[in-house]
Design a protein around this ligand. Structure first.
Ligand SMILES: Cc1ncc(COP(=O)(O)O)c(C=O)c1O
Length: 344
């Protein structure tokens, strides 16, 4: 059966060039700082995000955890969005493992946190309150239609943070998608963040790995925190080799994924029983809702799956589809035919 997997861009498989680079990678023990390929990947990541240094970690979740542990001590507070990946999908790890208190404020539909909400959430100096340390933002915003946050917004949050002596952590799991969608340089979007995490294993198609980027001093402390959560890898150059190609060769093509996502949303918007807004689709993530009363997201995803089309039911009547490296225009047309058949 023809399988079209739109559950996530994490399903991407390494390219043939990545597999060759992995086989040929020069490696060493990275906990001793002796893996030259990891060193090169970290240099490229630091350069690309405009930071002094970078640290290779296992996953986006570990990148966010290590960054949070590096910014905050136990009992310190992190301001973050109620739809953020850190809050929604990381098992509350920052609280469970780091004792970091989450201060949740609403994400707007475009993934932003209102500046007034951020300012209102910052604690004053009072013996009853935790100490606010960091504001966490997400770009692109996964649960908010994959929306990119622009440089101007980042600058506004940066001004608040600097005025109040706070740090900014940017969960930039899909920061390359944001830069491509906004036709800007990644550095424009990361300038105001003190730490940035991004993933190699999503739209960029590497098999595993994320990076944390920041000042030399921050990354030295983050390196210790990576070790304490068990993230010190040894001959990790085999993974870093694929990561280098992910960063240097796979970013530009993301515009194709965005084009396909838009096409998918336009097709879905024309189907009776589905509500989709193509205007909201700026990158590779499409959310849509079922408006036909007797059908749930779970049932629809089961029906699609039995026809080889995979999508994630994320809420009772809402599904998510994510375009990526292996999805073609022809696949999108095929998916629309399957939808038309199921919802006829
Ligand atoms: C915005 C965001 N942050 C972090 C992560 C976590 O990445 P990982 O699955 O590599 O832990 C994801 C994963 O989808 C994500 O979408």
């Amino acid at each position: 059966m023809r399988i079209i997997d739109l559950r996530s861009d994490t399903v991407t498989q390494p390219t043939p060039a990545m597999r060759r680079a992995m086989a040929d990678a020069e490696v060493g023990d990275d906990v001793f700082g002796e893996d030259p390929t990891v060193g090169r990947l970290e240099e490229i990541a630091a350069e690309c995000t405009g930071k002094e240094a970078a640290l290779f970690v296992v996953s986006g979740t570990m990148a966010n955890l290590v960054s949070s542990l590096t910014h905050c001590g136990r009992g310190d507070e992190m301001i973050l969005g109620d739809q953020s990946h850190i809050f929604f999908y990381e098992q509350g790890g920052t609280a469970a493992l780091g004792g970091i208190h989450p201060r949740i404020i609403p994400n707007q539909p475009d993934g932003k946190l209102n500046l007034e909400d951020i300012e209102a959430a910052i604690r004053s100096d009072n013996i009853h309150f935790p100490v606010t340390r960091v504001i966490a933002l997400e770009n692109t915003h996964n649960r908010c239609n994959g929306s990119p946050l622009d440089a101007e917004y980042m600058r506004s949050v940066g001004q608040i943070a600097r005025k109040q002596g706070l740090k900014i952590h940017l969960d930039g799991a899909r920061i390359f998608n944001a830069a491509v969608a906004l036709e800007t340089d990644v550095r424009e979007l990361t300038r105001d963040a003190d730490s940035v995490s991004f993933c190699l294993s999503k739209g960029l198609a590497a098999p595993a790995g994320s990076l944390v980027c920041g000042s030399k001093e921050f990354i030295a402390r983050a390196r210790r925190n990576r070790k304490v959560v068990g993230g010190g890898m040894r001959q990790a150059g085999v993974l870093a080799a694929a990561g280098i190609l992910a960063m240097t060769e796979m970013a530009e093509r993301l515009s194709q994924d965005h084009f396909h996502a838009r096409k998918l949303a336009e097709g879905l918007a024309n189907i009776k029983g589905i509500s989709a807004d193509p205007e909201k689709v700026k990158t590779n993530i499409v959310f849509f809702e079922i408006t036909r009363g007797n059908l749930t997201a779970q049932t629809l995803s089961g029906q699609l799956n039995s026809e080889g089309v995979r999508m994630l039911p994320l809420d009772p009547f809402r599904l998510r589809a994510v375009t990526h490296y292996h999805i073609t225009s022809d696949d999108i047309e095929y998916v629309m035919k399957i939808f038309a058949g199921i919802l006829k």
